[in-house]
Each structure stands twice: as structure tokens, then as C-alpha cells.
Design a protein around this ligand. Structure first.
Ligand SMILES: [Zn+2]
Length: 411
């Protein structure tokens, strides 16, 4: 039985690798070919200069080449963690500590999960550093320093300890002590924990990494308040965030719950866009907020079957335990569910269209949204000509061309 588990895992693992590797190559070829055709794609004529187009192609190709090696490295890393004897080693090591604390604290399980997670982040450091300080740097996006980058990682790790320890304790406790319907209890627990995090994030966690300031009085602020009033969206304040400390990529988002929701605009967004464009981005995000949902319960239900399946544990040199089930489930689920990526992205793209439509209806015009999209495309050097298969698989947003077409139709 162990052989079957291993062979089927490796088969799906190889398939996932192959699909993603080949799609990346196809996309790069397509982008190269489009440039060789000489012309800027029709929709972008007069919006994007030849220089900007060339730069976006170079950026896309550089990312593609990086992706090639990052994929090989990432796959080897996963195989090393799964088959390099690391998991049984951590399991033994943490069991040695079991005597120190009563079993009810779930100390072994928590330590086991953290050692695997820490190994992953340490091994991911080279690709992260290269992507930020070589790739993003070369195209002028990077603003962070190595010191700030490492400090962010360290802070992130400490925050994950504070958040993760009670979380893992809760999940492991429910898995082991709450009977056959543990997955239902765990689901409710995770849901409650998430809500707690959403409440704590804007006031306790986000300020550890960034500075937030109320948005200055002015046209943008006035127009946002009008928009917020019109959509019935509740907010406790509009803030700008110093995103420019790390990168020139721009964004806007909401945090918090109910009336305590904060609107956060990256300072880069405020700098790079006109008030009208910024407002359109915000209207789009409010559109998202109004439609959301979950699929966690199904995953936990699935996990509840795997917990009792011993060959799964033996295949990776482990004995059955809740913590091993959690770690294996998260390590193995990728290859077994990767073909769902295009489906989930399809759903996500539908939500993007809905959010765009919401923005167009609320603002009662499509031009600002269109301008905002052109602006974002140029500033972020987005790929103007993705291969249709590549975008169907990877893109959580429709391509700019598709979005603008839909916006023009709606307007
Ligand atoms: Zn969106």
C-alpha cells in the first residue's frame, strides 16, 4: 500500500511539474513571437509607448526564465523534505521533548509543524532573495533593502509563532479529543480564529510592518467618502500605507470587520494615479467585498478520512498522528489538486468581472476604470500578450484586454 501512495504521489507531482513548466515555456514563446510581429497590440496603441512595451516584454521574459529555475528548485525542495528523512527525524526529535510537558499541551505536534514550516522558509530564502534583489531590482520595482527584507522575515516568523501556537493547539486538540465530528469542530474553530485575526490584523499586526496615516484632506478623500456613502459600505477610516518602502507595485485593500473596517491605499497608488483612477480601483475592491465565500469545510472533511489511513504515514517514514496528518496533508495536497487551479481561477476571474461591473455601475461610467487599468498595466509592466492557455491556468484576473472589453460593453 505504501508503494501505491508513493507512486501515485510522484505521478501527480511529475504531472503538475510538467504542466506548469510547459505552460511557462509556451507563454514565453508566445510573448517573444508577439514582439517579433513588431506592433504594439491594437488596444494599447497610443496608450503604451514602444519603450514601455519592450520593457514589459523583457520583464515578462525575465520572470519566465526565473520561474523555470524556481520551479525546478521548489520541486527538489519538496522532494527533499518528503523523502530526505527529515520528517521522521523531526518526529523523533520532537517526541523526545514529549516528557517535558503534559500531552494535553500538544507540544510535540506544535513543534513538529513549526520545524517543517521553518525548514520550508529557510530553503525558500534563496529564490525570495533573488526575485526581490535581482529580478525586481533590475526593473526598478524593488525598494526594500536586504536588512529590511531579513527583518521582515524574522518579524513574520515571530508573528507566526504568536498566532500559530494557539491555532495549532486548538486544531490538534480538536482532532484528538473531540470525537468523530472533529472536522466540524475544527472548521468552526478555524472560522472563529480567522474572524479574530481579521479584527486584530489592522490594529496589531499590520502596523508591525508598515506605517499607516489617515489620508490627507483633498479631492481623493472627498470623493472616496462620497463613494462609500453611496454604496453603504461601512468604514472607520481611510489610510495610506508606506508600501513604497518595499516596492513600487501599488495596491488598495480593506481590513477589519463591520464598522471597524479600514480602507488602506498604498502610497504608491496615491502617487501613480489620478483621483478618478484611484477611486475606480477602490470601487472595484468594494465590489469584491460584497461577494465572498469559503471551501475549508470540505478540505477538513477529506482530512478526517486520511487521518485513519496508515499506509499514508508509513510511506513517508512516520507513525500515524494528528500533526503528521496536518503536515502531510499540506505537503501532498498540491499535486493532487493542482488541476483545480484553472477552475478556481475561472471562478476568481468571474468575480473580477463582477467587481469591475460594480465599479462601472457605481461610478456611472467606465472611463476611470479603464484609465486605471491602463495605468496599472504600464506601471507594473504587465504582460500585454499572455498565451491563452497560460492565462486560463494561472491568471486570477482576466487579462487587461478582456477586462477593458467587458467594461466598454457594460458602460
Ligand atoms: Zn479584483
Amino acid at each position: 500500500m505504501e508503494q501505491i501512495v508513493i507512486v501515485s504521489f510522484l505521478a501527480f507531482f511529475a504531472l503538475e511539474f510538467l504542466v506548469e513548466f510547459v505552460l511557462n515555456e509556451i507563454n514565453m514563446g508566445y510573448v517573444r513571437e508577439s514582439r517579433a510581429g513588431g506592433n504594439i497590440p491594437d488596444l494599447f496603441q497610443g496608450r503604451v509607448s514602444q519603450e514601455e512595451y519592450d520593457k514589459s516584454v523583457d520583464y515578462t521574459l525575465a520572470k519566465g526564465r526565473f520561474e523555470r529555475w524556481a520551479q525546478v528548485y521548489g520541486s527538489l525542495m519538496t522532494l527533499f523534505i518528503l523523502f530526505g528523512g527529515l520528517l521522521p527525524y523531526f518526529d523523533r526529535l520532537t517526541r523526545g521533548l514529549e516528557g517535558l510537558l503534559p500531552a494535553v499541551f500538544k507540544a510535540q505536534g506544535i513543534l513538529f509543524c513549526f520545524s517543517v514550516a521553518l525548514t520550508f522558509s529557510l530553503l525558500s530564502l534563496p529564490t525570495g532573495l533573488y526575485s526581490t534583489f535581482a529580478l525586481e531590482e533590475r526593473f526598478g520595482f524593488n525598494r526594500t533593502t536586504v536588512k529590511l527584507y531579513l527583518l521582515d522575515k524574522l518579524k513574520g516568523f515571530l508573528v507566526s509563532l504568536v498566532i500559530g501556537i494557539p491555532f495549532l493547539f486548538g486544531v490538534l486538540y480538536l482532532m484528538e479529543e473531540s470525537g468523530p465530528y472533529w472536522w466540524l469542530w475544527a472548521f468552526l474553530f478555524i472560522l472563529a480564529y480567522e474572524i479574530l485575526m481579521v479584527i486584530l490584523y489592522p490594529t496589531l499586526i499590520a502596523p508591525l510592518f508598515n506605517k499607516f496615516e489617515p489620508l490627507k484632506e483633498g479631492e481623493l478623500r472627498e470623493r472616496i467618502l462620497t463613494l462609500v456613502g453611496k454604496t453603504g459600505f461601512k468604514t472607520s477610516g481611510i489610510y495610506t500605507m508606506d508600501g513604497s518602502r518595499r516596492s513600487t507595485h501599488s495596491n488598495a485593500y480593506f481590513t477589519g470587520l463591520g464598522r471597524a473596517k479600514r480602507i488602506v491605499l498604498f502610497d504608491t497608488l496615491v502617487e501613480q494615479m489620478t483621483a478618478g483612477q484611484g477611486l475606480a480601483v477602490l470601487a472595484h475592491e468594494i465590489g469584491h467585498y460584497k461577494m465572498k465565500h469559503i471551501r475549508k469545510m470540505l478540505l477538513l472533511y477529506l482530512l478526517s478520512f486520511l487521518v485513519g489511513y496508515e499506509p499514508l504515514f508509513r510511506a513517508f517514514g512516520l507513525g500515524p498522528s494528528s500533526h503528521a496528518a496536518l503536515v502531510l496533508f499540506s505537503l501532498l495536497s498540491g499535486p493532487f489538486t493542482f488541476y483545480l487551479t484553472p477552475v478556481m481561477n475561472l471562478v476568481s476571474r468571474r468575480h473580477e468581472y463582477e467587481a469591475d461591473r460594480f465599479a462601472v455601475r457605481t461610478l456611472e461610467e467606465g472611463r476611470a476604470m479603464e484609465e486605471a487599468l491602463f495605468n496599472l498595466t504600464v506601471k507594473n509592466l504587465s504582460n500585454l500578450t499572455p498565451h491563452p492557455w497560460y492565462s486560463a491556468y494561472h491568471y486570477s484576473h482576466p487579462s487587461v484586454v478582456e477586462r477593458i472589453r467587458a467594461i466598454r460593453q457594460e458602460a
